[in-house]
Structure formats: structure tokens, C-alpha cells
Design a protein around this ligand. Structure first.
Ligand code: FAD
Length: 553
């Protein structure tokens, strides 16, 4: 409120003012009559002073007018109603009659400082009514200046704000209580309005925000949910569809660490409180998102899974190794036996059927016979491998498992892996173990290649991509590469050309080729790749004919 400058107009005012002032209403103090001896000029003319007096008198706001010593000159009806004092009980008293005497002195000092500078003051004072009951008065005091610009009166407007203050305090207390409960909860909690704006969040949410710099964690959760449960915020809000314990994951800001959460969402309604909604009952649909960090448990689970997988792979590799060794022995035994059989046959033909066999021939025959028995028992002792079920398989998961299995080895050998999976990779039908064996073999080969003499860069890149009919996996290493004239031999059984490793049976790529073929896929060495070896595998999304279990291994 600014100071009232009551510049009088002289002539036109005189008549109306004279009539009012000559017979003022009863009980109006002389000071007030004097104050109303001044009047206001509007664009249309002069308003009669009585209008002002009536307006003040009948105002719903308690009004008092005092002199510059705070001595009360006038109070209106609302003042009487609020304080319990009749005008004649307070006129002549200091405004301090209303003081409950607990308002700090600094407040009054500030009030008077403002008034002495001819500025209005607004604040809250603890007042008491006539009956002693205290109340909170929201008080506005403004100086009234005379023609010379000197303060002649103070005008005060009082409002009882006890109830409003109590309500405000209750709301504030409840807010503090809710915030402390929400903050203390050991979960990530956030309340989002219709537009996805955060209207309440807790300590754990803020902490998470610090970890995913520059991104609102709520939008990261909602994006993850849309891929997990096809979550559509608008549809879900319209139908008030809550969701519970959905597992979501995302990478932290450096893209290195995956965080896991179980996420629940509950729709809550909030009444709109803007001025334009005053006469409506419109509600806003807000989403309360609660997420529980399960990264630790998930890591433990993954560790257990990787260990179990490692044990299974080690056992199966042992079986493979035995099969490879025995197959090698059978293969190598077969050649001399075939040769010996051919010699016996030739001798038979030369001597005729009826002639007695010479001792060399019978010895050779015995050798062949016992050799065949050995072959038979070797074949019988070939360990059988479990046949696995055919199921829809995501190659990203298979490759991720294989990388996890090899992580110690990769770290030990300081090999950097660039893993670039296609986020939308479709499933293929296949045998999970067989495909894992395939990629373990290729990854082990890539690591071995990098260990070959003369390799300066130690990097492996693995990429998956999806095409119309198949998925492609490319594994590249920075090893010595494979010379053009050896590109066919490497898939042959018992071919091993490592310079730094000796005694390998050389069956790895043969098995890899077999697995790819049994999945109706292709495996190729990229002839154009420079600086190492690039192996490309393509596996059909829909196999031309369904694979049977026995086909796989
Ligand atoms: P006081 O001695 O009256 O005042 C305390 C301090 O205020 C003093 O130390 C001094 O610094 C300053 N002060 C007081 N009077 C003057 C003055 N005339 N000039 C300059 N400085 C001064 N108080 C309420 O408690 N409730 C009300 O509803 C209320 N309404 C008011 C309405 C108006 C229009 C005005 C002008 C004042 C009002 N006051 C009100 C303030 C009141 O006049 C007293 O200042 C206050 O109540 C403190 O009273 P006190 O006797 O404890 O101390």
C-alpha cells in the first residue's frame, strides 16, 4: 500500500463536504471527521465523502486510523467484531492495547522504521482481543500524508489469520513429515505430474540423479519400462493401470555399469489448485514411481549363473576334448588298418581262395582283427554328449554369457573387448549350449591369435546385427590374421597352425563350422579385412526346416 495523497479540490467539494461535516454520523471521532474533510477527485467528478466513510465503516476488513503517536482515532465495525472492543473503548488508546506482548521488539522497530520513512508496512503480530484471547493479525499500516507531504495519520488494515496460519502450519508439518518418511524409505521414490515433471522425490532418487548425470532418472525408468512391458504413459494414465515389480535395467552415465531395479507404479489423483480451476473439480493424474535397487542381488545371481555355466562348459569341454582325442586316434588307426586290409585282400587274390594262408598273412590278419577290436572299443568308449532342447535364443545373451565366462582370461591377457550388440536383435531357433560352444571357440581363438608373436594391439570387437532373414555376428581380432592359402584348411579336422601353442588337436573350428551348418547358417572369413582376422557368421531367423535335437551336436 502506498501513502495516500489526499490532495483536495476546492470548489466542487465544498458543498457536499460542508453538508456531511455539518452533521457527521454519531460516534465518529473528530480526527476522522477531519480526515474525511479531504476528499478524492475521480475522472467523473468528486465522490461524496460519505461514500468513503460508508465504505470504510462497512468494510469486512478491520480498519483503524491513528495519529502519528499510534493513538487510535477511528475504528470500523469489522474492527469491533474482530477485537471485541467498541469504538469508545479504544478511541484515545494506543494501538498497543491490542498487543499480546510476545511479538519481538524487532518487529515493532521495523514497523516504525518503515512508517517514519513514510513507507507502508505489512507483517504479522500476535494480538489479543478484549476477552484476552490471542489471535494472529495480518496487519498493513500505511501513513496518510497531508498537503505538505507530512505524515498526519496512520491507516491500519487487520485480518485475523490464526486459522489460515494453523492450516498452513499443519500442511507444512505434514509436508515435512511426508518428506522425511519418503526420504527415509530405502527405495527410489518419485511423484510425476501429467507432463512427467517431478513434483516430489526422495533422497535415494536425488542420489541416483547424481549418478546418471544430466538425465532425469524417472524418464530412464519409463523408457526401460516401455521396452519391458510396452508401457505407454498416456494409456496407462487414462486407464489408471498400476504395475508392480517390473524388472528394469539401464547403464550408468559412463555406459559401463548396468543398474537393476524392480519398479512399481501407482496412479494417484491430485486436485488442480490454480485459480482457473476454482469452480471445477478437475483432477490431475500423477504417477508414483517406486524403484528398488537390486543391482547387488542381480550381480550375485549373475556371478552364480556364470560360475555354473563355467563349470558346465568346463565339463562339456572335457567331454569334447576326449571325443576329439578319441576321434583323432580312431581316424589315425583307421588308415593303417585299411592299408593292412588292402594288403591281405591282395594276398588272398594272388594265392587263390583254396591255398593255405602263409604265416605272414595270418599274422597280418590277426593284427587287423585285433586292430578292429581296438577301433570298436574306442568307438564304444566315445563319450556321448547330452542332447539339448531347441529353443528361441537371443544371440546377444549367448555372446554376453561367453564374454562373462572369458572375462578373467581377457583381463589377465589385457585384451580390450568392444562389444556392440544390436538392441533389436530377433531370436533364432537353436541349441543354447551348441551356440555358446561356437562363440567360446571363436573368442578363445581370437584371444590366442592376439597372443601370437608380433601382435602390438590387443583388441577384439564383437558385433551383432539383424537383417531381414538372419542375424549376423562378426568377431574381429588384431592378431596376425589368416593367410589366403590357409583359409580353407583352418576348418579341416586336426589343423592347428599356432606358433606359440603346441599340442592342440585342431578340432575347434571344425566343430564351430559343424554347429553353424546344423543351424543352417554360414561362417566366413572376411577377405577384405586388414589388420587381423574377421569372422562373420550368419544364422537364419526362421530355419528352413525345424532342427531336431540330435542334429545339433
Ligand atoms: P512501544 O514502546 O509502543 O513500541 C516499541 C518500539 O516501537 C519502540 O522501541 C520504538 O522503537 C517504536 N515506536 C513505538 N512508537 C513509536 C512512535 N510513535 N514513533 C516511532 N517509533 C515508535 N501493535 C500491536 O501489537 N498490535 C496492533 O494491532 C498494532 N496496530 C498498530 C496500528 C497502527 C496504525 C500503528 C501506527 C501501530 C500499531 N501497533 C500495533 C504498534 C503499536 O503502536 C506499538 O508500537 C506496539 O504495540 C508495541 O507496543 P509497546 O508498548 O510494547 O512498545
Amino acid at each position: 500500500m502506498s501513502a495516500y495523497n489526499t490532495t483536495g479540490t476546492k470548489e466542487k467539494m465544498a458543498v457536499a463536504l460542508g453538508a456531511f461535516l455539518s452533521s457527521p454520523p454519531k460516534n465518529i471521532p473528530a480526527g476522522v471527521i477531519e480526515a474525511f474533510g479531504r476528499t478524492v477527485k475521480t475522472e467523473d467528478g468528486i465522490l461524496p465523502p460519505r461514500v468513503f466513510l460508508e465504505a470504510v465503516e462497512q468494510s469486512a476488513v478491520a480498519i483503524s486510523i491513528s495519529n502519528t503517536s499510534a493513538q487510535i482515532l477511528y475504528v470500523n465495525q469489522a474492527f469491533e467484531k474482530l477485537t471485541g472492543y467498541k469504538p469508545d473503548e479504544v478511541v484515545g488508546e494506543n494501538q498497543s492495547i491490542l498487543s499480546y506482548k510476545i511479538t519481538p521488539i524487532e518487529v515493532y522497530k521495523e514497523l516504525w522504521k518503515q512508517l517514519l520513512e513514510q513507507k507502508s508496512w505489512n507483517g504479522v503480530l500476535v494480538n489479543k482481543r478484549k476477552d484476552g484471547e490471542r489471535y494472529l493479525a495480518d496487519l498493513t499500516v500505511a501513513p496518510v500524508l497531508d498537503d505538505a507531504g507530512k505524515t498526519s495519520y496512520y491507516l491500519a488494515l487487520h485480518r485475523d489469520v490464526t486459522e489460515v496460519h494453523e492450516l498452513e502450519q499443519q500442511v507444512r508439518n505434514q509436508k515435512v513429515l511426508i518428506e522425511s518418511v519418503v526420504d527415509a524409505a530405502p527405495v527410489v521414490m518419485v511423484l510425476l505430474n501429467n507432463e512427467g515433471k517431478v513434483i516430489l522425490d526422495n533422497h535415494d532418487y536425488k542420489k541416483l540423479m547424481g549418478e546418471v548425470h544430466g538425465v532425469e532418472p524417472a524418464s530412464v525408468f519409463l523408457d526401460s519400462l516401455s521396452s519391458v512391458i510396452n508401457f505407454d504413459k498416456k494409456i496407462s494414465c487414462d486407464q489408471r493401470q498400476d504395475f508392480h515389480n517390473q524388472e528394469v535395467s539401464f547403464k550408468n552415465d559412463k555406459g559401463l555399469e548396468t543398474r537393476w531395479f524392480t519398479c512399481s507404479g501407482v496412479w494417484v489423483n491430485e486436485r488442480k489448485f490454480t485459480a482457473d480451476e476454482y469452480f471445477n473439480n478437475n483432477e490431475e493424474c500423477c504417477l508414483l514411481l517406486v524403484a528398488n535397487d537390486i543391482t547387488q542381488q542381480k550381480r550375485q545371481q549373475n556371478q552364480i549363473k556364470t560360475n555354473a555355466l563355467r563349470a558346465l562348459m568346463a565339463e562339456q569341454q572335457l567331454v569334447h576334448g576326449m571325443r576329439e582325442t578319441l576321434s583323432g586316434a580312431i581316424y589315425q588307426l583307421q588308415a593303417p588298418l585299411n592299408m593292412a586290409s588292402a594288403v591281405v585282400g591282395m594276398m588272398d587274390r594272388r594265392q587263390g581262395k583254396n591255398s593255405d594262408a602263409n604265416p605272414f598273412q595270418s599274422a597280418l590278419f590277426d593284427v587287423i582283427k585285433s586292430g578292429q577290436q581296438v577301433l570298436e572299443s574306442l568307438q564304444q568308449s566315445l563319450p556321448t554328449e547330452d542332447q539339448e532342447a531347441i529353443s528361441p535364443i537371443n544371440m546377444n545373451e549367448v555372446i554376453k554369457d561367453v564374454i562373462d565366462l572369458s572375462v578373467h582370461c581377457l583381463l589377465e591377457k589385457s585384451v580390450l573387448v568392444d562389444w556392440d550388440p544390436d538392441a533389436e536383435l530377433p531370436n533364432i531357433n537353436g541349441g543354447c549350449y551348441a551356440l555358446r560352444t561356437l562363440f567360446k571357440q571363436l573368442l578363445d581363438n581370437a584371444i590366442d591369435a592376439i597372443d601370437e608373436p608380433g601382435c602390438t594391439r590387443r583388441e577384439i570387437s564383437i558385433q551383432t546385427r539383424s537383417y531381414a532373414n538372419d542375424v549376423e555376428i562378426v568377431i574381429r581380432d588384431t592378431g596376425p590374421g589368416i593367410a589366403v592359402n590357409r583359409r580353407h584348411s583352418i576348418f579341416e579336422p586336426f589343423f592347428s597352425d599356432w606358433k606359440h601353442i603346441k599340442g592342440r588337436p585342431g578340432m575347434g573350428l571344425t566343430i564351430a563350422m559343424e554347429i553353424v551348418q546344423k543351424h543352417h547358417g554360414t561362417i566366413n572369413i572376411d577377405p577384405h579385412f586388414q589388420g587381423g582376422c574377421s569372422i562373420q557368421i550368419r544364422l537364419p531367423i526362421n530355419s528352413p526346416q525345424p532342427l531336431v535335437k540330435e542334429d545339433l551336436l
